[in-house]
Design a protein around this ligand. Structure first.
Ligand code: PLP
Length: 365
């Protein structure tokens, strides 16, 4: 705390990202990165662009990228916004669209960055509890509000909400913006992009960090009615006119255009997720049904924190959240390569074996 800090800075509770370990050789299943890396076409495009033109500012509008995203989703460029990671887009959405007189609504268990943005921009919010089986119930959001935001599939549960439910919410909630954060939708969820022309209050936010394996490039995009996009652009142009550098713009464009690589890698992750889920259930884990590139799992005989620590001793890192209390028993585990998933299953098997050996009366199952 410095006496030079502003009042806002003093009151902030910043987001704490998952660890990016400095030591080599860890199996890193803690931040939902894609184990397969970006399309080779991305690497090539970035190489080609790494030249003397880097002295020039990039296109402030990222026009070529927006046009490619628009073509991919069948929407006009005017309905596309791009940002330096979807976190930045979410920040602009809070500032431009969700800062209203009434509190916004968000699930009690969701992406923990949302309350951080509320703190940063002075936005009141109310949390809506997930059901006992960790689902979003749309009826709970049908009440006066300044806006609604949640992730679909939700984070860190991985649970998807069917598109028909989102449409029901949009029909009932016409007076405020509904932001759907689809960071994980490419791994099996149903996207709401098809609804943007019928519901001008809908903003759908995507990232290239997960399904396009570009967390290091920092690119996200949003799709919505042109007037919502204009609102976001007003905030962006009052904040940073050049959020995407030249390398990011060409790399992201190449990623969007390589449909074959995209489909191949995300299908592989979906198949691996189903196998990992079955393997962990066979070891006695409770695993929530996931449509993401991670699973949310607990073992009835262990604390989440304890399991995470035992995995770490075996050089595997996963994510554990202490809060809210209801999710403290769970671990959020990124779906890695098949050999990484196998190493995880083997480590859990050894941990459970050890627990059985150490406590003769210990029963599994
Ligand atoms: C990873 C993630 C993001 C952020 O993605 P970036 O584009 O890397 O900033 C946003 N929302 C959710 C739910 C995420 O899991």
């Amino acid at each position: 705390m410095s006496r030079y800090w502003s009042a806002v800075t003093r009151k902030l509770t910043p987001y704490v990202p998952g660890e990016q370990p400095k030591e080599a050789g860890l199996i890193k299943l803690n931040t939902n990165e894609n184990p397969y890396g970006p399309s080779p076409r991305v690497i090539e495009a970035v190489h080609v662009q790494a030249n003397e033109t880097l002295r020039l500012y990039p296109d402030p509008d990222s026009a070529a990228l927006k046009s490619a995203i628009g073509a991919h989703y069948g929407v006009a460029s005017e309905c596309v916004f791009v940002g330096n990671g979807s976190d930045e887009i979410l920040a602009h959405a809070f500032h431009a669209l969700l800062k209203q007189d009434q509190p916004i609504l968000l699930p009690d268990i969701s992406y923990s960055f949302y309350p951080v943005y509320c703190g940063l921009y002075g936005i009141d919010y109310a949390t809506v509890p997930l059901t006992d089986d960790f689902q979003i119930r749309v009826d709970d959001y049908i009440r006066p509000n300044g806006g609604i935001i949640f992730a679909n599939p939700n984070a860190p549960t991985g649970c998807p909400l069917p598109l028909a439910q989102i449409e029901r919410l949009l029909q009932a909630n016409t007076e405020s913006v509904v932001v759907i954060d689809e960071a994980y939708v490419d791994f099996g969820g149903e996207s709401a992009v098809s609804l943007i022309h019928r519901y001008p209050q809908l903003l759908v936010v995507h990232t290239l960090s997960k399904s396009r394996a570009l967390a290091g490039l920092r690119v996200g995009f949003a799709i919505g009615d042109a007037e919502l996009i204009t609102g976001l652009t007003r905030v962006k142009d009052s904040f940073n006119s050049y959020p995407l550098g030249r390398l990011a713009q060409v790399g992201a464009l190449a990623a969007i255009q390589d449909q074959v690589y995209f489909d191949l890698t995300r299908q592989h992750i979906i198949v691996s997720r189903e196998k990992l889920t079955a393997d962990l259930m066979a070891l006695g884990f409770v695993v929530l049904p996931s449509a993401a590139n991670f699973i949310f799992a607990r073992h009835p005989q262990f604390q989440g924190e304890q399991l995470a620590a035992m995995l770490r001793e075996r050089h595997i890192i996963v994510r554990h959240f202490r809060q809210p209390h209801r999710i403290a028993p769970f671990l959020r585990i990124t779906v890695g390569t098949d050999s990484q998933c196998q190493a995880l299953v083997d480590a859990f098997a050894a941990i459970l074996q050890g627990a059985t050996a150490a406590t003769p009366s210990f029963r599994t199952g």
